[in-house]
Design a binder for this molecule. Sequence first.
Ligand SMILES: Cc1cc2nc3c(=O)[nH]c(=O)nc-3n(C[C@H](O)[C@H](O)[C@H](O)COP(=O)(O)OP(=O)(O)OC[C@H]3O[C@@H](n4cnc5c(N)ncnc54)[C@H](O)[C@@H]3O)c2cc1C
Length: 268
Amino acid sequence: MNIIVLVKQVPNTTKVKLDPKTGNLIREGLESIVNPDDLHAIEAAVRIKEETSAKVTALSMGPPQAVDALTQALGMGADKAILLCDRAFAGADTWATSLTLSRGIEKIGDYDLIICGHQAIDGDTAQIGPQVADWLNITQATYVNRIEKVTKKEIVVKRRIEEGFERISCQTPALLTVIKDLNEPRYAHMEKLINACTDKAPIKVWNAADIGVSTCDVGLEGSNTHVIKTFTPNFRRQNETLEGSKQEVVDKLFLRLKKSDTTIAHMF
Ligand SMILES: Cc1cc2nc3c(=O)[nH]c(=O)nc-3n(C[C@H](O)[C@H](O)[C@H](O)COP(=O)(O)OP(=O)(O)OC[C@H]3O[C@@H](n4cnc5c(N)ncnc54)[C@H](O)[C@@H]3O)c2cc1C
């Protein structure tokens, strides 16, 4: 069985700051980490590997430093890693990102299961998993919080839904997006981590030509959406202080409460 895990390197913050002029993420001074949900995806893949003879490949699209995220995946037990890295991939929206990842997956080939995080803490769209499954035309199960059965032909998972949980059986190849309830990610193994940092580390870097995509289909050029403006909404409330004795303040307050709901909502 062959498993591919999607691993995204993200800034270590959920409070993303944007450059007001360009609308781009301000990455300076921010430590990079493996997207938290992806640690659960790696852990799930490695546990399946330990129970079967599965091979695990970690795949990321990102700048050269995203190799650090792949190093961590190798340290946790992935067998090999591939970084999709090309200037042409920059500025991608989710459409272009998922297309690029899908082409990378097709080049890897012969996969039975793709596991990715439910959501990245920077982009936050939760679109990549479903989009990749769609590009590859394979079964998908989202919000997975338990993997109950894995065979070469079938995966049975429990997934969280609004009203509770759902148990579903998926035919392989399938893609799962996983949430943090799934497992407790292990720490990277020191020896594996050291091996992953050497020149002989099983990390390959593929560019646009390697995965057979035209540069106009990826990155900014291949994106269907473009950010026109990014801004932080102003949540400042309008305060009003009621003056007078305690009784006067209470009377004034009741008078105001008798007014429309809109006024009340405005006051609080
Ligand atoms: C209009 C628009 C313009 C954008 N422009 C830029 C830009 O100029 N520069 C820029 O850096 N970003 C840009 N982005 C953000 C970029 O598109 C997203 O970061 C990327 O598509 C992933 O989406 P997400 O972060 O919402 O991932 P989610 O869908 O929330 O992630 C779910 C899971 O998918 C997997 N995944 C996601 N991304 C990757 C990846 N790169 N490699 C491997 N696995 C992955 C992970 O397992 C992750 O847990 C833009 C987004 C939009 C919508």
